[in-house]
Structure formats: structure tokens, C-alpha cells
Design a protein around this ligand. Sequence first.
Ligand code: URA
Length: 242
Amino acid sequence: MGKQLRLDKYLSDMNIGTRSEVKAWIRKGRVNINSTTCKKADEKVDIDKDLVTFDGIRVIYEEFIYLMLNKPQGVVSATTDNRHKTVLDLLADIKRKDLFPVGRLDKDTEGFLLITNDGDLAHRLLSPKKMIDKVYFAKIKGKVTNNDKEAFLSGISIGEDKPCLPAKLEILVSDDISEIKLTICEGKYHQVKRMFEAVGKEVIYLKRLSMASLNLDSTLELGEYRRLTKDELAELKNITNT
Ligand code: URA
């Protein structure tokens, strides 16, 4: 037996209408379960077994959603916020209330953010034990040097009990404004900014390029998102299950 849901929730979760709209439509007889009209909004639906139609068109329930967002600056990685727009506000056509971002990017950080309602997968991706790689591109005020590379590789202290785990720094441009790629396998608060602070430098632009096996889709403009492909999801689950 699959998960059981009320009929009105099933339909509103799938963006057929608001909860009160779908209740009214159910009462009007526009919804069938297994070819029989159902006028009860609280009727239980088995999401795996029952066949639900609205005006004769099949409505398939998508239990888990996995979205890759290219986060723009100025929005916060939270589900609600009193003052700022959140990453969920960017999801124009997906109005599921159970979605959340997997981890946080700072308000002024751009790039890859996974948004899902799969708590188990999120937990595994964020677990320190899994040491999931995150790759960032950054612009740094000042010359980034091989000394910084070595310091990051040997585990730099950012004022916590333990130093950071070894991180791989790739210097793309070393100049008054340097450009770098950094791979870290932790997710400490403001970690990239604090690592550069620890070597006396300032991050002036930060973008996440990837997390685990997922690379930011270069066709996504800032603020755009798409569902993960089957292959992307399979690989991600594979990595987090090991
Ligand atoms: N490190 C930071 O400093 N900020 C982010 O948003 C992500 C990693």
C-alpha cells in the first residue's frame, strides 16, 4: 500500500487549484477515483494504487520533488522570512508547502541550491559523516597564492574547536582581484568567507558550482530552476547511500 492522502490535498499538492477551489470542484463531481465520481474531499487516496482524474485527465501524484535552482543574490535560503524573499518564492509553478532548501547559501551567494521535500536525502547530504563535496567559484580581493593553497590543504583554522578539513584550492587568476575554485567537504557557517578571512583576504563574489555529483546547469539563468533528471537523481542517491 502506498501513502494515503486526502483527495483535496492530493489535487492541491499537484497544483490543480487551491485547497478550497479543489474542494468545490470535487463537490461538483469533476473528480473521479478509479473511474467513479467522488464528491468527498476527505476521501483517502492511495498515491500508488488509485487512479485520480480531474475533468477526465489523469492526475499523477509526485511524492518527492528534486529541483536544482540557480540562486540569485538577494534571496535567503529559508522557507519563510519576514523581511526577505526566500528561495521558495522563486518557484513560480510549484506551490508545494513541504519543500525546503538543502543547506544554506548566504544571501549574497549565487549558484547551485537543491530544493526538495525528501528529508532523508537532505539529511544524508548534510551529514558531516558523508563528507559531501561542494565546489565554489569565488572572486577574492588580493592575490591568492600557493601559500593559501597549502594552508587550505593542511586544514585551516577558522576559530572553531577543530580546524577545517583539507580543502582543495585551485587558483584561476592571481591578481589584485583573484579568481579561484574551492572544494570543501563540510558546511560550516560562512565557511568559504571565513577560510579566506583566515588568510587575510576577502571574498567579494561567491557562487556554488556543484554539490556531490550535481553540477549547476549552465543553461539556468539566475533565479531559474529545473527538476533533476532521473540519472542525476540516481547518481545522487547512489553517492549518499554509500
Ligand atoms: N561559504 C560561505 O561563506 N557562504 C556561502 O554561502 C557558502 C559557503
